[in-house]
Design a protein around this ligand. Sequence first.
Ligand code: TRP
Ligand code: ZN
Length: 474
Amino acid sequence: MTYSRLRAATMATVALVAAGSAVAPEAAGAAPGNPGAPRYSAGAASVGDPYFPDEGNGGYDVQHYDLNFSYDPATRFMDATATITAIATQDLDQFNLDFRGPEISSLTVNGHAHAFTRDGQELIVTPRPKLKAGQTFTVVVKYAGVPAVITDPDGSIEGWVPTDDGAFVAGEPQGTPAWLPTNDHPTDKATFRFTAKVPEGLTAVGNGQLLSQETSDGWTTFVWDSTEPMASYLATITIGNFVVTESTTASGIPVYVAVDPRQVAGSASAVSQIPKMIDFFSSKFGPYPFASTGAIIDRAPNVGYALETQTKPIFSSAASVSTMAHELAHQWYGDSVSPERWSDIWLNEGFATYAQWMYTEYNGGTSVNSTFNSSSNYGRAASSSFWQTVLADPGPVDMFSNIPYNRGAMTLHALRGKVGDETFFRILREWAASHRYSHASTADFIALAEKESGQNLGNFFDVWLYQKGKPTTW
Ligand code: TRP
Ligand code: ZN
């Protein structure tokens, strides 16, 4: 979904229009000698992100994903129908989706059954009739089987991870195609609806708001609606035995928290502070971007990390206060404003880590300044390998190492010192406002910081983002 189209569809007020992922219609061109006639070609099989060369596709812009499925943890079997609504951005005779899920029994485009091929994560579709630029089309994919666990370049797992009572569902940076055919790149956001049928007694928890929950014949069906655009890597529909609590923040945002009974005690402090965190971050970063908030605190010991799944971050073990603050801060930085390329990951992790430092200070803990100077941060020796990677391009293996997190947060603290508190927080708020529900790059951030501060920050960002080695003067 491009920002301008979303605005036309659902938004009354916006600050700025960000560049969308769509190819401009004229790029499709017209047949020579026959202006305006369609010239069909295949949509690109990739968006060209070097960290994950198969991720994403070209030639269309997804508007909405609707997934209707049943899942039985006893057999790990999923039976699913995915309906994808998209707009062609060129005249298309072929397009790809990213899918690493189970066997497909049928695929239709605008109601016409189609042959398809699968090659790795590419699901290749040749629609007939062909699709014209600007045309809205609907793809329906039916599939059934055991969804995949995906292993990342750093060895961690994601995708559809079975647990002892359900499934832990997380997709950063490449796990969502394990269970849903998508245009799997943060530059193509869409709205989502999940209809999940699970054995009675279990809960299926998705992004967004719960529209309904009905039980019959021993199965409960949950309908979850994500009303703001979301990057596919932030999708979840996690299943298990959960204690659910619903409340609202002081400012009226609904809070839905699902906690594995074994994690209730260990997560109580973090859960109780969710409203305070949302209010604190809203006061610093601008309004909370989504219609609801909450958390999913599961037990998936083989996962070992938390993820900022949109509206409800997910935890694979008990949530600490600090990690909860990190994941909720991501709702502004990472979820609403997503990276344009995975090499921009410091824009996610550095910002969320800095917010975590800020919340710790606000909560009466260590000051941001002391955290900056600590032995895990600026206190590290110049000879440490920690400094020997370019922060603006850490590579797929180090994208979730402490480099983007800690050096990213240090970069922001150094910027704060350079431009002063007032300008710094104006930059953070403007970043959230001007790229809301979209994506942006490191170059965009540098341009904004220079504009808001009126300073030439070329050397500053060169030292912090583009050079190896411990910064000494900036
Ligand atoms: N982005 C997550 C966070 O900081 C962490 C994360 C997502 C992660 N996927 C990962 C960490 C894969 C290690 C491996 O909250
Ligand atoms: Zn993070």
